[in-house]
Design a protein around this ligand. Structure first.
Ligand SMILES: Cc1ncc(COP(=O)(O)O)c(C=O)c1O
Length: 462
């Protein structure tokens, strides 16, 4: 039973959080004694806890708050829409905000990605893309195509289908059996490239792309529906694509009639300095998934964009995509997305990222003088810093050391020092940064200074 008595009752938030809130991807036992970090408000690139302490939001919440916090014009767009029409479904009906947003996204997206199917989240977007790919091939008379190829360590979401696409082995066993058909290929971590291609990034990229072809041939092309790839892979610590990688992947997909799905749940809406990551790297996806930054988090929304050729079989006769989500394309969320994109335009946020990304990289690269920093990699406003035990040999920390380093010290210490970022060891240990797109040199310096002090202390403790 909770301790709230009525709608205006003040409750002890710490106590209530510990007793009633189930945090995501969180060891709940770790809050037995310590406090739950409690963020109560935000302004620009900063958030504040209940005691008024300020933190630089170096992860944009969770790769979400592109325009930063506290934008009243977006809040007002939400209030206006909720007063006019709070809810109506997209099941057989439409409403103006969803139509306007679909039209705007189609005009921004590369090539003929002209049709938008809305969801409420990234997992649902990935789930929808896999279902759309399977249904597409059934309609096209190739019903045996159902498998999906994705990369080692890649995170594509948590619902059962999206988890089957995900390449993080550690988060799956509790939920097995998963839907069949997930096939893994190598990722593009050049820092840990196999020796025979470690001397040349382009060669490494061709090898990694050709691994997709080998997987298609091994599985049987007639069974493979789609390849799911992020423009820059998040999980593992920001792996940008080597030069020529996506061009080769596109050729391979075309050769075997496989759909290329660009999972841009993180990389779209300015994270890489463009509306879409595929635009930055010059490739044409058949389906593109998005979420997070489309609303900068002022309301939840996700979706997929599909090309004309993928949509075509759904447009005739009795063909129906038998899939839908009650809150997908919610009027408030789509109105918020339009207001969010207005801010992108009026403040030229893409221009800000492009103008400052080299400075951001250069500032983070200063950390390479620390013995614990092995690699700094990424693009746009999206970076991973890989931590190593030995820079010369690239030796990584073992599981116990990594546990002590990340959960025992770094995550807490970085937050205590006023920086929200992610210390993660789902691959090798990394610290990840993805700040709001409004950040400039003063924020890069603040991140570098906090990281320098905290990583120096971490090294002493190891
Ligand atoms: C590339 C990618 N795909 C899918 C998802 C799942 O999105 P959501 O958490 O909104 O379900 C994420 C979440 O971080 C992601 O990074």
């Amino acid at each position: 039973m909770g301790n709230a008595i009525g709608m205006t009752a003040e409750i002890d938030l710490q106590q209530a959080a510990k007793e009633h809130l189930w945090l995501h991807f969180t060891r709940m036992s770790s809050y037995g004694s310590g406090d739950v970090p409690l963020i109560v408000r935000g302004e620009g690139p900063y958030v504040y806890d209940e005691k008024g302490k300020r933190y630089l939001d170096g992860l944009a919440g969770l790769f979400v708050s592109m325009v930063g916090h506290g934008r009243t014009e977006i809040a007002q767009a939400a209030a206006k829409q909720a007063s006019e029409l709070a809810y109506f479904p997209l099941w057989s009906y439409a409403h103006p905000s969803a139509i306007k947003l679909a039209d705007r996204l189609a005009s921004l997206a590369p090539g003929d990605l002209n049709r938008v199917f809305f969801t409420t989240s990234g997992s649902e977007a990935v789930e929808s893309a896999w279902k759309a790919a399977k249904a597409y091939f059934k309609l096209k008379g190739e019903p045996s195509r159902y498998k999906v190829i994705s990369r080692d360590l890649a995170y594509h979401g948590t619902s059962m289908g999206a988890l089957a696409v995900t390449g993080l082995y550690a988060i799956k066993p509790d939920f097995e059996p998963l839907p069949p058909g997930g096939v893994r290929v190598p990722n593009t971590n050049f820092y840990r490239a196999p020796g025979f291609v470690a001397h040349d990034e382009a060669e490494f990229g061709i090898w990694a792309a050709d691994e997709i072809e080998r997987a298609i041939l091994r599985e049987g092309p007639e069974t493979v529906a789609a390849v799911f790839l992020e423009p820059v892979q998040n999980s593992g610590g920001c792996f940008p694509p080597p030069p020529g990688y996506f061009q080769r992947v596109r050729e391979i997909c075309d050769r075997y009639g496989v759909l290329l799905v660009s999972d841009e749940v993180i990389c779209a809406f300015g994270r890489l300095g463009y509306y879409f990551g595929s635009e930055r790297y010059g490739y044409q996806p058949d389906i593109l998934t998005f979420a997070k930054g489309v609303t900068s988090g002022y309301s939840p929304l996700g979706g997929m964009l599909v090309r004309d050729k993928v949509m075509e079989p759904f447009l005739s006769g009795s063909a129906t995509f038998l899939h839908g989500i009650t809150f997908a394309g919610h009027p408030v969320s789509t109105a918020v997305a339009l207001a969010n994109l207005d801010v992108f335009e009026s403040e030229d946020l893409l221009g800000n990222v492009r103008a400052n990304e080299d400075a951001f990289r250069a500032t983070l690269e200063k950390l390479k003088d620390l013995p614990i920093v092995g690699d700094v990699r990424g693009a746009g406003y999206f970076y991973g810093i890989e931590l190593v035990k030995d820079k010369d040999t690239k030796e990584t920390f073992d599981d116990d050391e990594s546990e002590r380093l990340l959960r025992g010290f770094l995550s807490h210490a970085l937050f205590e020092s006023g920086l929200v970022c992610r210390a993660d060891d789902r691959g090798d240990p990394v610290v990840q940064l993805a700040p709001p797109l409004i950040c400039t040199q003063e924020h890069f310096d603040e991140m570098e200074q906090i990281l320098r002090a905290t990583l120096t202390e971490a090294w002493k403790r190891m």
